[in-house]
Write a protein that binds this ligand. Structure first.
Ligand SMILES: Cc1ncc(COP(=O)(O)O)c(C=O)c1O
Length: 387
């Protein structure tokens, strides 16, 4: 390959997936043009149709994530809001929380803010490749621990964390577990009830292929917390009190129904393709990338090597060039979109030893091909050769 042979290759799916499946665009457009009412707010046909669309999205997610009662899934505008709902709701009164050393800022910043109000936090140390021995979590549990929060997979290192083992530890102490599934929902099998998870936060716009501005939270029965926001729900309007039942308790204000129509199409696309098949596809891409990077000789690769310990998110650096310069060159000269820097997770970079330089991050979706990987490797070889 020579410079100038430029095509567009999108490899920033951990930030948001693109392109979306055709049916996602169509479903959003159809909802906007043909449905249009406010879900749960009026009794006319458009409002009822809109409410049905939202319910179908909830049902599709419940089926994909192993939730028997779809009303336990509440919609938020992204994973960050879902994580805040639980962190603030559970820790507002104080207490102790255990998190891990690869959490995203969407966990770390609310926890830091809560620490200003007296909450105490212990951080379970992951290995430099982002993997975690669950006994590190068990060792930090205290009498006043009110929550364990753990990402399912690191958005920097691609490492999978042992959430099932951590769920067993949490159950032993009767502490609820909050799992951040922003990077795994849609690309890694999740059965919330089978795994014993009390709160699962997910985002709609990554591997579930929905539009931006969609996301949600699963809340297990008996583990409800105070809402993050209060307001109109279309239900019990005569009462000044927020409804106690789900999903209304946590869904004040008009939902992003256009987005949820698209999210349903995305979730159905994932279900039809099959999460295991999606994972197999990402395995082929990731292994090709890892082998190619190793044979370049000039790449430092972070995160676990073995597929069973990871997802299709790969961080690396090339000797002799900064991560931001490399990402810029890939975009400008080859039309390749990757992300550089700290990826909103200084904790993970501290764990990997890359806080100063950051990393280049390549992240796949089902839409990528082996040709995309080869094109990237060709570009990296040229750049490495010219340094
Ligand atoms: C692990 C992890 N958690 C949370 C988030 C936040 O997701 P959102 O921006 O959709 O709120 C991200 C986004 O990159 C993430 O990778």
């Amino acid at each position: 390959m020579r410079r100038g042979e430029k095509r567009e290759v999108y490899l920033d799916n951990a930030a948001t997936t693109w392109p979306k499946p055709e049916q996602v665009y169509l479903a959003t457009d159809r909802f906007a043009r043909e449905v249009g009412g406010n879900p749960g707010r009026s009794g006319h046909r458009r409002a009822l149709d809109s409410g049905r669309e939202v319910l179908r999205c909830r049902e599709a997610l419940a089926s994909l994530l192993g939730v028997s009662d779809p009303s336990r899934i509440v919609f938020t505008k992204n994973a960050t809001e879902a994580l805040n709902l639980v962190l603030q709701g559970r820790l507002r009164q104080g207490g102790h929380v255990v998190i891990t050393s690869v959490e995203h800022n969407s966990v770390w910043r609310p926890v830091r803010a809560l620490m200003e109000t007296g909450v105490e936090c212990s951080i379970a140390p992951c290995a430099p490749d982002g993997t975690l021995d669950p006994s590190e979590v068990a060792a930090l549990v205290r009498e006043d621990t009110r929550l364990i929060a753990c990402t399912h997979a690191s958005n920097v290192l691609g490492s999978l964390l042992p959430v099932e083992e951590i769920a067993r530890i949490a159950a032993e102490y009767d502490i609820p577990l909050l799992v951040d599934a922003a990077q795994t929902a849609g690309r890694y099998p999740i059965h919330v009830e089978g795994m014993g998870i009390q709160y699962l936060a997910f985002t709609g716009h990554k591997e579930l292929f929905g539009p931006q501005g969609t996301g949600g939270l699963y809340v297990a029965p008996g583990w409800e917390v105070e809402p993050l926001i209060y307001g109109g729900t279309g239900s019990l309007s005569e009462s000044a009190e927020q409804p106690g039942f789900l999903p209304d308790r946590y869904e004040s204000g008009t939902l992003n129904a256009w987005g949820l129509a698209g999210l349903r199409a995305g979730v159905e696309f994932v279900a039809t393709r099959g999460v295991e098949k999606i994972r197999d596809h990402e395995k082929a891409l990731t292994e090709r990338l890892l082998e190619g990077l190793e044979s370049l000789g000039k790449a430092v690769i972070y995160g676990p090597r073995r597929w069973v310990e990871r997802i299709g998110v790969v961080s690396f650096n090339l000797e002799g060039i900064s991560s931001s310069e490399l990402a810029y060159l890939l975009d400008e000269e080859y039309g390749i979109c990757v992300r550089s820097g700290l990826h909103c997770s200084p904790l993970a970079h501290n764990t990997a030893g890359t806080l100063r330089q950051g990393t280049v991050r390549v992240s796949f979706s089902l839409m990528n091909t082996l040709e995309d990987v080869d094109y990237l490797l060709g570009a990296l070889e040229e750049i490495a050769g010219s340094l």
